[in-house]
Write a protein that binds this ligand. Structure first.
Ligand SMILES: [Mn+2]
Length: 526
């Protein structure tokens, strides 16, 4: 099983890019690792993946071992055409009393029990038999001489009487068991028997073979004598009529540790299309493998995959505080107080002398620019900046422009209506008896908001609020643009600016700490 490399739940650009870049480094160092994500890729990371043409990590919902991770028996899946003997042998091998059976399309049909097989054989109501050439050859170690039809269905006769009796009893479509009685064989061929089973390795002439082929008569030769052959032929019957409905199917997606299996049973494992993909026993579940995992960009259970406690934690690469994890075995931990996990991974490529592919450089760069807000975040370190300079060269992009384009795309509000944007993060307040609404959105795509400023105003003015302020916050410029329903003088007083639609208030990024106190004071003086 591959090592799973993943970032935190609700993954940001760093979690997505560091999982891809670190899984790539592991593979370059000869380990089988695959990048995973504990949630959908958000728009900002999507921009990076699209730009550098990299597939999104595999989406996983946890690291508990699923049934499909177990070592399933895929060799012994029976279907309705399988023989009683095969079903019995499988029960014997697995030490169970019933076995699952698939229908002709491979979907789970039900189970065949030892009891049903015993009843069928003891009651001896075989006047006719439904089987296949394959079943007979398999169970009687036979070889095909002439094959006219795989499916065989008919009355069974052992030709041991004189020709007169043979001629009285034999009809076309019968199944004939016979030794070296060539007259009787020729008669059966002439009368279009469905199948002739030649016992004790009897061979027939090329002339008879040709005749059989012409008449649509299949011929098999077996090493066993008449007695043994007659006995075993009933065991070759298809199990179809003995299949009983059963609700024992186990989904391949089920968590192995949640299963409660009976030791006397063999279970069919089915996929989403209800097809049987393997067989499972209680003993298989006992050999449950632990998944090998590497965490990037987080190191706390609460932020990580469900079932992490039962996985094999091999490594952590992160830039957050220690989150209190416990492990049974020693592990590699690489924590550094830098702006982004990808800065650490960049350095690990260098330390291991692994060349950074263009697209990986692009992803590492994207994550560092994202986590450090293009170096504006106070978490930014020299190492982050140095890494970006080198990575931008490898990736062949202009760092500033690429970063801004990525942020714009990531924070674009294009898919939302005016009303949705105003109400996206909206709170109502009572200020000195006036009803005041404050909406705030974060975006770097300010231009697209201003292009619709009149529509925003139409909507804002149509509301019942006495005052309404929409703050469009730009985290890179660290301030907010205001569109409002209020006297300009109130805005001027509240935020110490010249009140006008679309005015930029530097440093104003928090509703709680800046927008609300400023407006409360100004409304009071109205
Ligand atoms: Mn991060």
């Amino acid at each position: 099983m591959s090592i799973l490399v993943f970032g935190h739940k609700n993954p940001d650009t760093d979690s997505i890019c560091s999982s891809i870049a670190y899984a790539n480094l592991k593979r370059a160092l000869g380990q089988d690792a695959v990048a995973c994500a504990l949630g959908e890729v958000r728009k900002e990371a999507e921009y990076a993946l699209n730009y550098f043409k990299v597939d999104a990590p595999k989406l996983i919902d946890g690291v508990k071992a699923q049934v499909k991770d177990l070592c399933l028996d895929t060799e012994n899946i029976l279907n309705v055409s399988s023989s009683l003997l095969e079903a019995y042998n499988l029960m014997n091998n697995k030490g169970v009393e019933a076995v699952p059976v698939a229908d002709e399309e491979g979907k789970f049909a039900g189970c065949v029990s030892l009891k049903k097989i015993a009843e069928e054989l003891l009651h001896q109501h075989f006047k006719t038999i439904d089987t296949t050439i394959t079943n007979i050859c398999k169970n009687l170690d036979g070889s095909v001489v002439v094959n006219c039809s795989e499916k065989i269905s008919g009355r069974v006769f052992t030709l041991s009487f004189d020709m007169e009796t043979v001629m009285e009893t034999l009809e076309s479509g019968d199944i004939v068991i016979v030794g070296n009685r060539f007259e009787a064989i020729e008669y059966a061929i002439d009368n279009k028997a469905a199948l002739i089973i030649l016992t004790s390795n009897t061979e027939i002439s090329d002339e008879l073979k040709a005749k059989a082929e012409n008449n649509g008569v299949s011929v098999i030769t077996v090493p066993t004598n008449n007695y043994k052959t007659s006995n075993t032929i009933n065991h070759c019957a298809c199990i179809e009529s003995l299949v009983e409905a059963c609700d024992c199917a186990v989904c391949e997606c089920a968590y192995a540790e949640d299963l409660d299996l009976c030791e006397k049973c063999l279970y069919p494992v089915v996929n989403a299309e209800e097809k049987v993909v393997g067989l499972l026993s209680a003993a298989d579940v006992a050999k449950l493998p632990k998944k090998d995992v590497i965490l990037v960009d987080h190191n706390e259970y609460g932020q990580s995959a469900d079932g992490l406690e039962s996985a094999n934690l091999l490594e952590i690469v992160d830039h957050h505080k220690l989150g209190g994890m416990k492990t049974d075995l020693p592990l590699s931990v690489r924590l550094m107080p830098v702006g982004c996990t990808c800065t650490i991974i960049y350095n690990m490529y260098k330390e291991n002398n692994v060349e950074i592919p263009t697209e990986i450089a692009g992803l590492l760069l994207s994550a560092i620019l994202s986590d450090t807000l293009i170096f504006k975040s106070p978490t930014t370190t020299e190492l982050d900046k140095q890494a970006c300079e080198d990575l931008a060269k490898i990736a062949g992009v202009d760092m500033e422009k690429y970063g801004m384009d990525m942020f714009k795309y990531g924070t674009s509000l294009d898919e939302y209506s005016i009303e949705e944007i105003v109400n996206m993060d909206f709170k109502k307040f009572d200020m000195s008896g006036k009803s005041v609404g404050i909406g705030q959105v974060f975006t770097l795509d300010i231009d697209s908001i201003f292009a619709k400023q009149d529509q925003f105003l139409d909507y804002i003015n149509s509301t019942d609020f006495d005052l309404l302020v929409l703050a469009v916050t730009d985290i890179i410029k660290e301030g907010s643009y205001l569109i409002y329903k209020a006297p300009d003088a109130v805005i001027s007083e509240a935020f110490n600016v010249e009140g006008a639609q679309g005015v930029f208030v530097e440093g104003c990024v928090s509703r709680k700490k800046q927008l609300v106190p400023g407006l409360t004071a100004a409304v009071k003086n109205m």
